[in-house]
Design a protein around this ligand. Structure first.
Ligand SMILES: Cc1cc2nc3c(=O)[nH]c(=O)nc-3n(C[C@H](O)[C@H](O)[C@H](O)COP(=O)(O)O)c2cc1C
Ligand code: SF4
Length: 552
């Protein structure tokens, strides 16, 4: 009996509200009409409780009428509570307070120095450090650049070592795109359009553009969604477009397509993408223009020719390593070598992705970068192809490490979002971004002052390049492009660390095509054997892993 009574405790708030409604009603009739205010309030709560008991969606509300709403309220504030009260400087959710703070300081141009010493645990596994020189240099010109464009390219581009990674108009607001692009113009670096085509806000900013062509062919598609060479050629002729990037995949959701529902397609989004209003817009998971490595290279050749010889490359997150090797074999077979490859790590960001994809699909950036770098070295074409890297690169140290491990330049998406005020609220997919960046709501995006935020973008870039110059100088280098793996140490576990040459070695030039097998690199040779320029499909594996080489 007692247990049954106790189990009804959960209705206590509901019952109290009911009694309060009755009591205040009596009081209002007998004593004072002012009590009708209390009646209105408590009756409202009481009817909410009745609704909670009758609805079927939320079990918690059926069991805890009225009071159960507190849970939903607290849940909705959870990211903010965590960020403002609980989060430590190191918690990566996904960027640590320390990283975000660094971007904010550099973007605002305020003091970015740290007092008292490091807060890193320098003895924990995963800690990496740069080895400095006894003869440091002072670098005054920190406008570091790399020339992108191989021997077949007619209009090479001199890119900054740090650029804005792909983020579409549609996933970002008009003001965010305008602020990013204007910042890129002020700082003389490049802004990747993302797969959503080129909007009027990309053009208005006047900054250098990398036009991204993805499986939806936005901006260069026929009505049926297929690639239109004619539309592509007329877009690519625009002098603001400096390079063409074919997107195969991105780190946060490799192998996953997307769908922009009709309700979110505004007139301006439709204009940028070349799609009709009122119809769901599908981005297929894969491309319709090619289905084999050879086909991919032929398409790259076509884009190069249609763009008048601008640098053409592709972006991918590494999945099956054999497939990337197949692409490299196709490069060798066709002689069509992309001008650049952008390697996006699994740690990369997105507007929205299924959790399994965001957390568990694709290779992280450091491993992917060294794999791509070494495969190109092994195939003897590394000098023809420049490599860009993306994946949580926000500090000069992050850039230096990527350059050392094989990148020629770096891109950042979320770093530049922080520069224009992103507070990492992680509601990008809800259209309710609190700072007006990831939303199409015209009122919310008014929060972005384009003039001020574009200055911040340029300042963040400039200050990061200065910091890069500082650490390159400390290592005794006159240019950060000279960083090599041995300039870095990587702690594996307590009391053990590896030199960068051991952890991420540069493999011998041409080792995959020389015909000689290096015993320590037997896995590389085996995978290379299994890769085919004609097809992405795996060779048959009849009896398990030890038969692989035989099967191929
Ligand atoms: C809001 C948002 C939208 C993105 N849209 C695209 C896109 O259209 N195409 C693409 O290739 N990558 C896209 N990305 C991935 C980024 O370009 C980048 O590769 C990835 O986030 C890693 O960089 P980061 O760690 O500096 O953010 C997007 C990322 C974000 C955060
Ligand atoms: S503030 Fe939040 S919702 Fe807006 S862009 Fe940043 S993470 Fe996305």
């Amino acid at each position: 009996m007692l247990t049954t009574l106790l189990s009804y405790q959960r209705y206590a708030v509901f019952a109290t509200v009911g009694l309060m409604t009755l009591a205040s009603l009596v009081g209002a009739i007998v004593y004072s009409q002012w009590l009708f205010i209390v009646v209105g309030f408590s009756a409202g709560l009481f009817f909410l409780g009745v609704h909670d008991l009758r609805q079927r969606c939320h079990s918690i509300l059926r069991n805890y009428p009225i009071i159960g709403h507190l849970r939903f309220l607290l849940e909705s504030f959870r990211p903010e509570i965590r960020q403002y009260i609980i989060e430590s400087d190191h918690d990566e959710v996904p960027f640590s307070r320390q990283d975000r703070g660094l971007v904010y300081q550099r973007a605002k141009g305020v003091e970015d120095k740290r007092p008292f010493g490091t807060i890193e645990n320098v003895y924990s596994s995963g800690y990496a450090w740069l080895t400095h020189s006894a003869t440091p240099l002072t670098i005054t010109d920190t406008d570091f650049r790399v020339r992108i464009g191989g021997s077949a390219c007619k209009q090479p581009y001199s890119a900054s070592l740090y650029n804005i990674s792909a983020m579409s108009f549609g996933s970002l607001s008009a003001n965010a795109i305008l602020a990013l692009n204007s910042g890129a113009r002020k700082g003389d670096f490049a802004h990747d359009t993302g797969e959503g085509g080129i909007s009027r806000y990309h053009r208005q900013g006047g900054g250098d553009l990398i036009y991204q062509v993805a499986s939806g062919y936005f901006g260069c598609r026929n009505d049926d969604g297929s690639f239109s060479p004619k539309k592509f050629a007329s877009l690519a002729a625009d002098p603001q477009i400096k390079m063409i990037e074919l997107k195969l995949s991105q780190g946060a959701k490799p192998g996953h397509g997307g769908m922009l529902p009709a309700s979110k397609i505004t007139r301006e989004i439709a204009e940028a993408r070349g799609i009709p209003i009122g119809v769901d817009c599908v981005s297929p998971a894969g491309h319709g223009t090619f289905s084999s490595p050879l086909g991919l290279m032929e398409f790259i050749g076509e884009l190069r020719q249609l763009s008048g010889g601008k640098p053409v490359g592709f972006k991918l997150c590494i999945g099956h390593r054999r497939e990337f090797m197949s692409m490299v074999k196709a490069m060798l077979r066709t002689g069509i070598i992309p001008d650049f490859i952008v390697v996006d790590g699994a740690e990369g960001g997105t507007g929205a992705a299924p959790v399994e994809f965001a957390n568990r699909v694709g290779m992280p950036m450091l491993e992917a970068l060294t794999f791509v770098h070494n495969t190109l070295r092994g195939a003897g074409i590394r000098h023809e192809v420049k490599i860009g890297a993306a994946g949580k690169i926000v500090s000069a140290f992050d850039i230096a490490r990527a350059l050392a491990l094989g990148a020629d330049w770096c891109n950042a998406a979320r770093g530049f979002m922080f520069a224009i005020g992103c507070i990492q609220a992680q509601s990008c997919h809800t259209n309710k971004c609190p700072v007006g960046i990831a939303t199409q709501d015209p009122i919310r995006q008014r929060a972005i002052d384009v003039g001020d935020k574009s200055d911040r973008v340029a300042r963040f870039h400039r200050n990061t390049m200065r910091a890069l110059g500082d650490i390159a100088g400390a290592a005794g280098l006159s240019n950060p492009s000279d960083f090599m793996p041995y300039h870095f140490m990587f702690r594996q576990k307590d009391n053990e660390f590896l030199d960068g040459n051991e952890a991420y070695p540069y493999l011998p030039e041409g080792f995959l095509i020389s015909g000689e097998e290096i015993l320590e690199l037997i896995d590389w040779h085996a995978r290379w054997d299994r890769a085919k320029a004609e097809s992405f499909a795996p060779p048959e594996i009849p009896h398990g892993p030890f038969q692989w080489r035989k099967a191929a």
